[in-house]
Design a protein around this ligand. Sequence first.
Ligand SMILES: [Zn+2]
Length: 286
Amino acid sequence: MTFQNSSNASLPFTLIDLTHTLLPEIPSWNGTCGFHSEIKLDYEDCSTDVKFRVQQLKLHAGVGTHMDAPAHCIKGGLTIDEIPLMELAAPSIVIDVSTKAHETYQVTPSDILSFENKFGALPPHAFVMIYTGWDRFWKDPEKYRNNLIFPSVSGEVAQLLLDRDIRGLGIDTMSPDCPQNGFPVHQLLLGNGKYIVENIKNSQKMPPQGGYSLALPIKTQGGTEAPMRLVGFLFKKEVSTAIEKMNKLFYDKERESKLIRASKMVRKNSMTINSEFSKIDDDPES
Ligand SMILES: [Zn+2]
């Protein structure tokens, strides 16, 4: 059955589903994802007039498209339920390395810098998705898992992204870190309160910049990882123009107030220097 009216005519945006569907056969870190959906009560066994199908789910927390919260590898770090909702919404960036990514490819700082040369600096608080093209193997779990060898991200990139003040990093492989390289990306990003999204689908359908994303993990108390729905937003032209204008105004204002603060500081410092100089002039010994 399909919804007849899924047109978005009345919405100011188009949505892109960046999430893989959960089923028992999907690729997973340990080879079994643990996803199991059981029917506990079926339509024909229902004694009520309105018939129901009731299901029970069992799954590992890090299943399918999912989020790693800081607490995943940082003791005392934020858990899934503690990440503020606003942090889960972000301007989205897609860095496409698919033409050169092979199984041991590591995204390097020069990939990020050449993206910035082409598309401009990463906006602050962005959700950065790396598109390696590895998601083409999703339906072949053994190949996708590939004995845990897949395109990944270098620790230097994680540091660069921290310098750009991102909200989170996502990738279309099992992890931005391959076990044989250690886990520098997890350590750096989660250690600095950022989140990681793994097993992203469809990120190539998002523009390199100008889109938005909303990352919605299941809100489990104390959760260190959680399956999620990741959604991309593409605003309609008029709306994105208005947003651009608004952002420009905001950043101009920020820059202006920074300039005012800086010039006040310069004035204050030069007054201090002047008064120090005048003290020297006043020194009768000189
Ligand atoms: Zn992870």
